[in-house]
Design a protein. Structure first.
Length: 256
């Protein structure tokens, strides 16, 4: 029996910058703090920044849709590599959903606990925060659009259905969540996140045989990318395998 497939056997990471794309191919992914709204949990706007590398679980034929917002360069890696590195699919929630309500009850129970349970309160609270790192609002306004609106650079925007992204995340366990201070403006919070991103040193690495697709923007730059890959830290055999996996976003738009 034929089935309809909405997911892929690989995880795609997109970027708008060619230099960043080549840097990833050479040395892996560098996490960055990304602002998130925990309104699904709190019931009002509550912004945090989570250190992460984001991927999406979509078929190759749908990547051109995702590229409109996140860029025409992408790397597709085997999903087994993702699972091996504890890259985790998100749960998309809304306020007062069963899961968000259950999480609130867990917090309340921790706050109401006494005696021996107090000893474990901190570790349990950290555990719940680790669950929240892999949750996201079902829909909302991206923080970058809020900033652009406040700066007068964007007047017309709508809520986006985040669940369409089918996001998976890698979150380094050594980096804490940053909570926005009530006295901070959105712009100040955004600037603070950028300063923190400059201090990351931990990379998420992969091998050449973990790569399934190397997506470039346009066909005319294929030779340029091939020459650039030649100078990266790969063996001759790996080099030939990698260049065989190159496909352009232009080709995807035309053929799929």
């Amino acid at each position: 029996m034929d089935t309809i497939t909405f997911n892929a056997d690989c995880l795609f990471h997109f970027t708008k910058e060619k230099e960043h794309f080549l840097s990833i191919l050479n040395s892996g992914f560098k996490p960055s703090y990304c602002p998130e709204n925990w309104d699904f949990y709190v019931g009002i706007d509550y912004y945090v920044a989570i250190p992460m590398v984001s991927f999406c679980d979509i078929p190759l034929s749908k990547t051109h849709i995702h590229s409109k917002q996140y860029g025409d360069y992408a790397i597709g890696l085997d999903k087994n590599w993702g699972k091996h590195n504890s890259i985790t699919p998100l749960s998309y929630l809304y306020y007062n959903s069963k899961i968000s309500t259950a999480l609130k009850l867990l917090f309340k129970n921790l706050d109401d606990s006494t005696n021996l349970a107090e000893i474990y309160k901190h570790n349990n609270r950290v555990g719940i925060n680790n669950i929240l790192k892999f949750c996201k609002s079902l829909k909302g306004i991206p923080f970058k659009n809020i900033i652009k609106n406040e700066m007068g650079e964007l007047n017309d925007f709508e809520e986006e259905h985040f669940s369409n992204e089918q996001e998976w995340r890698w979150v380094p366990v050594t980096m804490p969540i940053i909570h926005k201070n009530d006295k901070e403006t959105n712009k100040q919070f955004d600037e603070y996140i950028k300063t923190k991103n400059k201090k990351f040193s931990q990379n998420l690495t992969f091998r050449s045989d973990d790569i399934k697709y190397i997506i470039i923007s346009k066909e005319p730059e294929r030779e340029e990318i091939i020459k650039a890959i030649r100078h990266l830290a790969y063996s001759e055999e790996e080099y030939h395998i990698l260049i065989s996996k190159i496909i352009s976003m232009q080709q995807i738009k035309e053929d799929f």
